[in-house]
Design a protein around this ligand. Structure first.
Ligand SMILES: Nc1ccn([C@@H]2O[C@H](COP(=O)(O)OP(=O)(O)OP(=O)(O)O)[C@@H](O)[C@H]2O)c(=O)n1
Ligand SMILES: C[C@](O)(CO)[C@H](O)COP(=O)(O)O
Length: 227
């Protein structure tokens, strides 16, 4: 058990349309973030957890941390205006002995402990990887309301999290992104931008990102199937 985990949880949930951080919304009676944390706590590999949050959410998040039965450290880290900044803040707040890190969206609350542990094993032999699943739909490139291209589905995967990296490599890539003004929606894109390899770890179809109200209903259904 040596793995460090960073959980971006500092978003505003615009697409959810909630009055609060969507990670505080209840799922079968427990906050979304609590489900994510319970999976991390149940993971054999994860030893330390950092949660990037906006200061106004600190009291509610601390209440969730206090309700959990674990001796794993769970640290609050100030998030930023974007997920990218939140992750960079998290990287700069890692324990000094951290050389590899998993990054997992707080909104992906259906993640299993097994996926965390498989990702930790991948971390031992890869400099960067993403959990991902093959795309099931045909993906079109669109300009306005016109289809301009159809991508080869055999080469398309839907990126999930956890994503895992050597800490120094990801820190340097984030620093380069600040200098170059890159804006990305996942951390792997930063390694790709600097020409470094990113590998695939098979994700889980149920590892959805709870983004819209419809996703809440889907997540509740999936959780009920696990009971
Ligand atoms: N400034 C931000 C924005 C997002 N996130 C986190 O990154 C994850 C994925 O982001 P997303 O699902 O897009 O969450 P929001 O940004 O809150 O949603 P929206 O884009 O609809 O506002 C979430 O766990 C979210 O809390 C973050 O830590 N810091
Ligand atoms: C990191 C991610 O979950 C991979 O699919 C996704 O890019 C996050 O996007 P968001 O717009 O920040 O939710």
């Amino acid at each position: 058990m040596t793995c460090h985990l960073l959980i971006p949880a500092a978003g505003s949930g615009k697409r959810m349309g909630a009055a609060c951080n969507k990670l505080l919304l209840p799922l079968l009676g427990e906050p979304i973030l609590q489900w994510t944390l319970k999976a991390a706590i149940a993971s054999d590999a994860i030893a330390w957890i950092g949660v990037m949050a906006q200061p106004h959410d600190y009291p509610d998040f601390q209440k969730i941390f206090n309700s959990l039965i674990t001796d794993k450290p769970i640290r609050l880290i100030q998030g930023g205006a974007t997920r990218q900044i939140s992750v960079f803040n998290g990287l700069n707040a890692l324990p000094t002995d951290s050389d590899r890190v998993l990054i997992h969206d707080g909104a992906r609350c259906l993640v299993t402990p097994d996926l965390f542990d498989r990702c930790d094993r991948a971390l031992q032999k890869m400099q960067g990887f993403i959990a991902a699943v093959p795309v099931k739909d045909t993906i079109k490139v669109v300009n306005g309301d016109m289809v301009t291209d159809t991508l080869n589905r055999d080469q398309l995967w839907a990126a999930q999290t956890p994503q895992g990296f050597q800490v120094d490599i990801l820190k340097n890539a984030h620093q380069t992104a600040v200098e170059q003004g890159w804006e990305v929606t996942d951390d792997a894109a930063l390694l790709e931008n600097v020409g470094l390899a990113v590998q695939i770890v098979m994700g889980e179809e149920t590892n959805i990102k709870v983004t819209t109200p419809q996703d809440l209903a889907i997540a509740e259904f999936i959780l009920q199937q696990r009971k």
